[in-house]
Write a protein that binds this ligand. Structure first.
Ligand SMILES: [Zn+2]
Ligand SMILES: [Zn+2]
Length: 357
């Protein structure tokens, strides 16, 4: 074989091998850039976005605030029956707004930065692998191993076989081939749409949901207020909620009537009133609610005369829908006090945690 022919064969091997590497790099780079951008975006929102940078209670307040703003009764019912699901929907919607409406430029430059970072890493890996093979007189196998090792923290670079490419000697040429190929890949990636994030394995809303919703979701057996403990399983500590709701919010009625109960749990537990537990078919004084069964026993409800204005507004505003939904009435013992109608929407949206007597 003439020298010229050997050179051609070697180089065509390097061209093919380079193309194979670039093909693999393309798929794994897009994945890595999207995953990294999802993590970065979630981290950014966790720091700068008021609903996500505080404690659990803060997030709950933002969920309630957004429910009041939207005035969608069905979403309220989701919140009451499955607060976690409504909270997840809130996180998902806010992340979408952040990325695609309010902070698009920031998201695009994050994506761009991650493309640049990948480019730097690939160049570094090319340089390191080529240098090692040259100084140690290694072969393609050694080159590939070294290249994969340098990149392993950045990319998942699937194992590939270098067996058919052992005739490659000019690794400088191989390096330049891959550099050239990868450069057109990163150029393509620079115009990657943010929509690509939706296909990524890691998604910013999912990351935030995993972080923010890993807490207790047990509901008050009377009013369905959700426990605000930040630990998922916090037994033997009691469940507790900072604010309880009028029992009607969860469909509570007086025994043997269709009269809604509009009392707050925190008032009831200080009163002489009893409640009927349908599960055990027995009445219990509210003062001894813990005796009514396991669901009651694990709750700490502290007597408190203050009532959250938010729920007064909600009950007043949605009384018709609540009546239809629970097939009960705000009449007789369940008549809504007229001053509940004085709480305005802007009161609850702007001062949604304000308590009134
Ligand atoms: Zn309650
Ligand atoms: Zn709890």
């Amino acid at each position: 074989m003439s020298l010229n022919l050997i050179f051609c064969k070697e180089n065509s091997s390097a061209v093919v091998f380079g193309e194979l590497i670039c093909e693999k790099l393309k798929a794994s780079s897009i994945e890595a850039v999207c995953n990294k951008t999802a993590i970065d975006l979630a981290g950014k929102m966790r720091c700068n976005f008021s609903a996500f940078n505080g404690n659990r209670l803060e997030l709950d307040k933002h969920v309630l605030k957004s429910l009041a703003e939207k005035e969608d009764f069905n979403e309220f019912i989701t919140y009451i029956t499955n607060p976690r699901r409504q909270t997840e929907a809130f996180i998902e919607a806010e992340v979408k707004k952040y990325i695609f409406t309010s902070h698009t430029d920031e998201a695009v430059s994050m994506l761009q930065k991650n493309v640049d970072d990948i480019k730097t890493s690939v160049c570094k890996a090319l340089f390191t692998a080529t240098q090692k093979v040259q100084t140690q007189e290694g072969d393609t196998d050694m080159w590939l191993k070294e290249f994969s090792i340098v990149l392993k923290d950045e990319l998942t670079f699937d194992a590939m076989c270098s067996e058919n490419f052992n005739d490659i000697n000019d690794f400088e040429f191989l390096k330049e081939e891959i550099k050239k190929g990868f450069s057109s890949i990163t150029e393509e990636m620079s115009s990657l749409s943010l929509d690509k994030l939706k296909e990524s394995r890691l998604k910013p809303d999912k990351i935030l949901t995993d972080q923010l919703c890993k807490c207790c979701w047990v509901k008050c057996p009377f009013c369905a207020a959700v426990c605000t403990n930040t630990i998922e399983d916090h037994s033997p500590d009691d469940h507790s909620a900072l604010f309880h709701q009028p029992r009607a919010v969860a469909g509570g009625t007086w025994k043997d009537t269709n009269d809604f109960s509009i009392n707050f749990c925190t008032t009831n537990v200080a009163s002489e009133i009893s409640f009927y537990n349908y599960e055990s078919a027995k009445s219990f004084p509210y003062k001894k609610y813990r005796d009514a069964g396991p669901r009651y026993k694990t709750w700490r409800i502290t007597p408190d005369e203050s009532k959250l204005a938010y729920w007064k507004w909600f009950v007043f505003k949605f009384q018709k829908q609540l009546e239809e939904h629970y097939k009960a009435k705000f009449h007789r013992k369940g008549e809504i006090p007229s001053d509940w109608g004085k709480v305005s929407k802007s009161d609850v949206v702007n001062y949604y945690i304000k308590k009134t007597d």
